[in-house]
Design a protein around this ligand. Structure first.
Ligand code: TRP
Length: 371
């Protein structure tokens, strides 16, 4: 059987450079590698709702943004199936059955869930702590829903960032448990991590660990030349590098972290021929004599070269929004057909396909025929 990819993003905002290096760039390469029989890219609106129940409009508005970001980054709807999670109700049914295979205690140990509960300030004891809300059940169980997303499409390969490792592990446990209880039915997925470690976690422009909309430290794929320039110029560098002649530090210096993620040797020939490669540039910065302005200008050139073609594609699709919704509708239909096949197999394996089960009807006919 051919290899299948399933992955996706929560539509809580526009996609930024962190998404691009962490996953989007790789997806486009995988799409073009011809190595995969099928590729499903999911806009995980139902998962986004697990902690945005009171703000569905935010999710509703961002589906199109994520779709436009996907298309502008080079995902080709002829080669990949882009779909909206909530439009595939089969996923809910699968999750409902998988819930019986996972304990509350196991979910409580899931490190990502634990961390996210803390991050969102959900309280363990909402009765005592009047100001805090407890954890929504749907949020708590989202790793199980994620197992449905992955198994519904018989995904062999799930390209994600390291933060998603516990989800894939939990999915693998569910697959193992399901297959050993009900017989071999589900495909065991493998996680695929980004190749380059800088790409796993691109810091925000302020040097904070992660890009986040609320911190205002993101660089969006859809940013205008002006916005991009402003973001690069505001980047955190080395606070002790006051004079150009001072020795500088590249570790924790966001400009260099971004250069690690985006710069290739050919960029030097084109934009900064005084250096042969990034190592030579870093050495000069460390020695002293290389100003932040020059580094930022170089990075800006590289990012501009990367984002400019994306802006053009985005602009083209923005002129045909009904067409983009049509891509999503067709993709969701295709995804639904695929998930329905798996659901049928699951029902069969669990022996809850009563009406198609001639042996069951026969058995009960016999049971009562002598009476
Ligand atoms: N949890 C992922 C995120 O927050 C989104 C997601 C939902 C996903 N279902 C998935 C990723 C299945 C990979 C596989 O980005």
């Amino acid at each position: 059987m051919g290899k299948v990819i399933l992955t996706g993003d929560r539509p809580t905002g526009k996609l930024h450079l962190g998404h691009y290096v962490g996953s989007l760039r790789r997806r486009v390469e995988l799409q073009n590698s011809g190595e995969f029989e099928k590729i499903f890219i999911m806009i995980a609106d139902a998962q986004a709702l697990t902690d945005n129940a009171d703000n569905p409009e935010k999710i509703r508005q961002n589906i199109i943004e994520v779709a436009l970001d996907y298309l502008s980054a080079g995902l080709d709807p002829e080669k990949v199936t882009i779909f909206i999670q909530s439009q595939v109700p089969e996923l809910c049914e699968l999750a409902f059955y998988y819930m019986n295979l996972v304990t509350v205690q196991r979910l409580q140990r899931n490190p990502t869930v634990k961390q996210e509960i803390q991050l969102r300030g959900f309280s363990d004891n909402e009765d005592e702590d009047q100001n805090k809300k407890g954890t929504p059940v749907g949020f708590f169980t989202y790793p199980i829903s994620q197992a449905s997303d992955i198994t519904a499409f018989k995904a062999t390969t799930v390209p994600v960032g390291v933060d998603q490792a516990p989800m894939i592990e939990q999915t693998r446990e569910i697959v193992h448990k399901f297959n050993s209880v009900y017989g071999p039915t589900l495909v065991m997925p493998e996680m695929m991590l980004p190749e380059n470690s800088v790409c796993c976690r691109l810091p925000g422009t302020d040097g904070k660990a992660k890009m986040s909309k609320s911190l205002g430290n993101c660089v969006y794929l859809s940013s205008t030349p002006k916005e991009l320039k402003k973001a690069v110029n505001s980047m955190f560098t080395d606070p002790n590098h006051l004079q150009i002649e001072d020795p500088g530090t590249v570790e924790g210096n966001v400009v260099f972290t971004y250069l690690d993620a985006f710069c290739k040797d050919e960029h030097f020939a084109k934009y900064l021929p005084e250096y042969e490669n990034l190592e030579a540039m870093k050495a000069h910065y460390r020695r002293g004599g290389l100003g932040d302005g020059t580094c930022k200008k170089f990075l800006l050139n590289i990012l501009e070269e990367m984002l400019q073609p994306m802006r053009e594609i985005r602009h083209k699709y923005e002129q045909d929004i009904p067409g983009v919704y049509e891509i999503l509708r067709k993709g969701s239909e295709k995804a639904r057909a695929e998930a329905a096949k798996t659901l049928n197999e699951v029902r069969k394996a669990m022996r809850i396909d009563y009406f198609g089960d001639a042996a069951l009807i026969e058995e009960h006919t016999k049971k009562y025929s002598s009476k």
